[in-house]
Design a protein around this ligand. Structure first.
Ligand code: WT7
Length: 650
């Protein structure tokens, strides 16, 4: 594989630029530099203006930002309700009959949910939660497929001040149990099952198994979706539709403090234990509403927006639920796989709903490339006017393919860099104002400060460095749940006074930022963050495994692939597939190693440290650099030989 250096090489050869067209600029919200100019003068006042223009407050704030590094508070003293902002205010403005969500089920069933209907369902479900004893400040776990009820559950929590913790439906029961335990959640909302590639994947049995290993869940609410047989535990489990049938229709939106915890979302760091990232109310809502409006150049009366993420990830939280609904947008929500029933499902959906804004991930784009241009060519995609990308660096080749074959050569592309921790988009073009370059996320948005630093923490003007954020922003994480020390250590210890969450980047001659991926022990597989340590712990928890080292190797489709090197306990044997499934059981199918190499020894330094750099070199078929610190060089030679003989999966 040679394409791994493409992003870096791109800096030397990527000279193509794309200026926003006059046609696009004509109806665009921002065409000049005025937002940047305003924010550069005083970012706090800039954000204050966004907060008062874009968000409805029940009580105005006293202080825009309280900043005691590394803890920030925004719009302190202000009160608002997120679900009011996402629902009631649109209905009160006469937009109750506007479709909020065009739901497209994988089997082809559809549901158009208006703002009035969504408000109705959210109020009822908020009352259901109250009836189950959920109070302001409690945590509620959500483990659902991509169905409307996921948004309802999140908004119902927000309405009553309970924090949700959504766990992606692809995670294992063990991963769910860990997250429930850490959050000490009272209620779990799940479904019997959901659809994926023409089949029903059961969720309730996993949820049952998880709840067995927890002590805080008192009630489980089950949405009927897959119609697969499930066991309902009397007294604990309730069908969603039965509770809703008798629920009270009125649940006024209570004012919440701006810093009220809105949700926890767990993400991987460099150690094995996932971090419960904390996001609060007023700042987060301001950030996602602002970015969703300006980055996607949203016209809520005309646009049909579609983000293909799952609600289980931050992209789903910020750019399916909170951003679009707060802006009163109409969006498409799709439940299933991109290749069911055929490889053209995405394009069929765009044609069907006349989608104008499409937001997806590079790994998906590279998969579409593999499936061929004939798939999008089967459909009329002329409704599209703007494309977005998120999750990992987009290589210039994929950018150009997306631009030409999906955008018909005339849609701007917004490559949006951000993280679970940042809450919302941080670095991205503004489509009517920014000249783009294929593969570059361009510049920090107005109101955001970013800077590259070198190893010594010195400012980098040109070339490679570590991406840091220089001042607080409204959507920033407020900490790690129950672990303020880890919050400081993980993000604020590498460079004094700056936020650093693990990405490398380069600045070109024109000051454009090119994201280069993680520089820490976190892998990015199909846009999902997985820690090497987490997979190693999962492997070592199998009785046959003595030691394991995991690295991310560049992969043409998924960005990175998980490669594991495993040493077995003396005398034991185990099949590669058994170990892969074991990891899936511990974490989830997304964390399955693509390849496992069995080795009698891992390459270590004389002091006993595993040399991951070497393992990465081996996995990527590179010539090994300096091996002089290696205790036993023969180990690596043997691994290299095996890697070159290993059959490739694709
Ligand atoms: C990591 C954050 C942001 C929502 C999805 C992932 C990588 C994200 C880009 C981009 C290059 C990107 C970074 C970041 N990343 N977007 N446009 N260009 N890299 O959220 O799971 O918190 O992962 O995803 O490495 O640190 P996440």
């Amino acid at each position: 594989m040679t394409e791994n250096h493409e992003t870096i090489d791109a800096l030397q050869w990527e000279k193509r630029t794309f200026v926003p067209s006059e046609a696009f600029k004509k109806n665009s919200l921002v065409v000049g530099t005025h937002l940047y100019d305003e924010a550069n003068v005083d970012y706090e006042s800039f954000w204050a203006r966004q907060a008062s223009e874009l968000v409805a407050w029940q009580k105005p704030w006293d202080t825009v930002c309280e900043w005691e590094l590394p803890f920030s508070k925004w719009f302190v003293g202000g009160q608002l309700n997120v679900s009011y902002n996402c629902l009631d205010r649109h209905v009160l403005a006469g937009k109750g009959d506007k479709v909020a969500i065009h739901f497209e089920g994988e089997p082809g069933d559809t549901r158009a949910v208006t703002y009035a209907q969504l408000l109705d369902e959210v109020q009822k479900f908020a009352n259901v939660l109250k009836g189950l004893g959920v109070q302001k400040g409690d945590r509620v776990n959500i483990y659902l497929p991509m169905i409307v009820e996921a948004a309802v559950a999140m908004l119902a929590c927000a309405r009553i001040g309970a924090a949700h913790s959504v766990v992606f439906g692809g995670f294992s029961s063990q991963a769910l149990a860990d997250r429930i335990n850490d959050a000490e959640a009272k209620v779990l909302i799940t479904a019997d099952g959901g659809y994926r590639r023409g089949e029903v994947f059961p969720l309730k049995p996993q949820a049952d198994e998880a709840v067995e290993n927890t002590s805080t869940i008192t009630s489980v609410v089950v949405v009927q979706r897959g119609n697969n047989p499930v066991e309902m535990k009397a007294g604990r489990d309730h069908w969603y539709h039965e509770l809703m049938a008798t629920a009270d229709a009125d649940c006024p939106a209570e004012p919440m403090d701006s810093e009220q915890l809105l949700f926890l979302l767990y993400t991987s760091g460099t150690t094995g234990k996932p971090k419960g990232i904390m996001h609060t109310t007023g700042g987060y809502l301001t950030h996602v509403t602002y970015t969703h409006k300006y980055v996607f150049d949203l016209n809520p009366e005309k646009d049909i927006y579609w983000c293909t993420a799952d609600v289980g990830w931050i992209t789903g939280h910020s750019y399916i639920v909170y951003g679009p609904l707060s802006n009163g947008a109409t969006q498409v929500m799709y439940e299933g796989a991109p290749n069911f029933p055929g490889n053209d499902r995405m394009w069929q959906i765009i044609e069907k709903y006349k989608v104008t804004i499409f937001y997806t991930a590079p790994t998906a784009i590279r998969t579409f490339m593999k499936w061929g241009v004939e798939e999008p060519a089967k459909h009329d995609l002329s409704s599209l006017r703007l494309l977005g990308s998120v999750g990992e660096p987009i290589n210039p080749e994929a950018w150009m393919w997306y631009h030409e074959n999906i955008g018909g050569g005339n849609c701007p592309i917004v490559d949006t860099w951000w993280q679970t921790e940042t809450g919302g988009i941080m670095i991205s073009p503004l489509p009517g104002a920014t000249t783009t370059k294929p593969g570059s996320a361009t510049f920090p948005l107005p109101g955001i400060g970013a800077e590259l630093l070198d190893d010594e923490g010195k400012h980098v003007e040109h070339g490679g460095g570590y991406l840091t954020l220089t001042h607080p922003w409204p959507g920033m994480l407020r900490g790690i749940w129950k672990d303020p020390e880890r919050f400081k250590e993980a993000y604020w210890s590498r460079f004094e006074g700056s936020y650093f969450a693990g990405d490398g980047a380069k600045l070109d001659d024109d000051g454009y930022l090119w994201l280069l991926g993680r520089v820490d022990d976190v892998m990015n597989v199909s846009g999902h963050r997985i820690s090497t340590t987490e997979v190693e712990s999962a492997l070592v928890s199998h009785p046959s495994v003595a030691e394991a080292a995991v690295v991310g190797a560049n992969d043409a489709t998924t960005g990175q692939a998980i490669i594991a090197y495993v040493t077995l306990v003396g005398g034991m044997e185990v099949d590669e597939q058994v170990l892969r499934n074991h990891v899936a059981g511990e974490i989830g199918a997304i964390a399955k190693p693509k390849t496992i190499y069995f080795t009698p020894e891992l390459p270590k330094t004389r002091s006993g440290k595993i040399m991951r750099r070497l393992l990465r070199d081996v996995a990527e078929g590179r010539n090994l650099g300096d091996t002089t610190t290696l205790a036993d060089a023969s180990v690596v030679n043997e691994l290299q030989k095996r890697a070159s003989e290993a059959p490739s999966e694709d």
